[in-house]
Design a protein around this ligand. Structure first.
Ligand SMILES: C[S@@+](CC[C@H](N)C(=O)[O-])C[C@H]1O[C@@H](n2cnc3c(N)ncnc32)[C@H](O)[C@@H]1O
Length: 257
C-alpha cells in the first residue's frame, strides 16, 4: 500500500467515526463560510486536492491556508461511500456543532443589537436554509425554529451555504423564546410600512402550509403585513423574511453592514 493510500484509508476511517453528531459541510462554499465564521472544522475531504485549492485561490484566498492544512485527498470511490451524494465542487467537511449553551447565550444577550428570526414550525428544509443565509447576511442575532425539524439538518446547512456559523441557530419550545417584543408577520396584520421594527425584536413567521400558530399569534406584540395585491394570498416564507429584515435594516453608516 502506498503512503497516499494509507493516508486516504486513515482519513476515511476518521470520517466514519467523526460523522455521527457532526455538521456536514457539503461543498466548497459551505466549508468556506464555516472557516470564515469560526467553525471548528474537524476534517475536509476531496477527490481532487489541486482543484479544490485552486478554487479556494480563485474564490476565497482568505481561507486557502487553513484549507491546505486540513484537506485530505481520497479516491472518488471512497468519497462516494462516505457521502450521500458528492457536491459539484467535490469537497466535503465535518465541523463541530456549536453547543446549545453558546447559542442560547448569543440569543439571550442583552441589549440585543439586531432581531432574532423565529420560524414557527417550518416544514421546508430549503426555506429554513435560505432564512439562515438571510439572517447571516443581514446580521440578525439568530434564527430560532419551533417544531420537529432540526435546523442543523444537512440539507438545511447546504441550503444556508454553511452560514449557520455566522448567526445563532437553535430549535426551542415556544416558552423558551428569547425575551423581546414579538412582531408576528401575517398577511392580516398592520402594514409594515407604518411600523418601525426595533433592534431587539423577535420577528416571527408561520409555517408554509398553515401559517402562524394560534399560540404564537396569542403572544404577539404586533401583527404586521407586507402589502400584497388583492387576491394574492401570501408570499413565500423566505422571501417574506428577506423583506422584513430589509425593512428593519438600519440606515447606512449605523455601523452594522
Ligand atoms: C407561505 S406563508 C403561509 C401561508 C399560509 N397558507 C397561511 O395561511 O398563512 C408563510 C409565512 O410567511 C409570512 N407571510 C407570507 N406572506 C406574508 C405577507 N404578505 N405579510 C406578512 N407575512 C407574510 C407569514 O408569516 C406566513 O405565516
Amino acid at each position: 500500500m502506498t503512503e497516499a493510500e494509507d493516508e486516504a484509508g486513515r482519513a476515511a476511517q476518521q470520517w466514519r467515526e467523526a460523522a455521527p453528531g457532526a455538521v456536514l459541510l457539503d461543498g466548497f462554499h459551505a466549508l468556506k463560510h464555516a472557516l470564515r465564521f469560526g467553525a471548528e472544522v474537524r476534517m475536509a475531504l476531496t477527490s481532487d486536492r489541486a482543484a479544490a485549492l485552486a478554487l479556494a485561490e480563485e474564490l476565497a484566498d482568505d481561507v486557502t491556508d487553513r484549507l491546505r492544512a486540513i484537506l485530505v485527498e481520497v479516491p472518488g470511490q471512497v468519497l462516494r461511500e462516505l457521502l450521500p451524494r458528492i457536491h459539484p465542487t467535490g469537497v466535503a467537511a465535518l465541523a463541530v456543532r456549536p453547543s446549545a449553551g453558546s447559542n442560547l447565550a448569543a440569543l439571550n444577550a442583552a441589549p440585543r443589537q439586531s432581531p432574532v428570526v423565529v420560524l414557527d414550525n417550518p416544514r421546508n428544509l430549503g426555506n429554513i436554509g435560505a432564512v439562515i443565509r438571510l439572517a447571516a447576511g443581514f446580521g440578525a442575532t439568530g434564527v430560532v425554529t419551533t417544531g420537529d425539524i432540526d435546523p442543523w439538518h444537512p440539507n438545511v446547512v447546504r441550503a444556508a451555504a454553511g452560514l449557520h456559523f455566522a448567526t445563532a441557530v437553535e430549535r426551542l419550545g415556544l416558552p423558551d423564546l428569547p425575551a423581546g417584543p414579538l412582531y408576528v408577520l401575517d398577511p392580516e396584520g398592520k402594514d409594515i410600512r407604518s411600523t418601525v421594527i426595533p433592534d431587539d425584536a423577535l420577528l416571527a413567521f408561520g409555517s408554509e402550509r398553515h401559517g402562524i400558530s394560534p399560540e404564537m399569534r396569542g403572544r404577539a406584540t404586533e401583527l404586521i403585513a407586507v402589502p400584497m395585491r388583492p387576491h394574492v394570498s401570501s408570499f413565500n416564507l423566505a422571501t417574506t423574511v428577506a423583506m422584513a429584515l430589509y425593512h428593519w435594516l438600519p440606515a447606512p453608516g449605523a455601523g452594522r453592514i
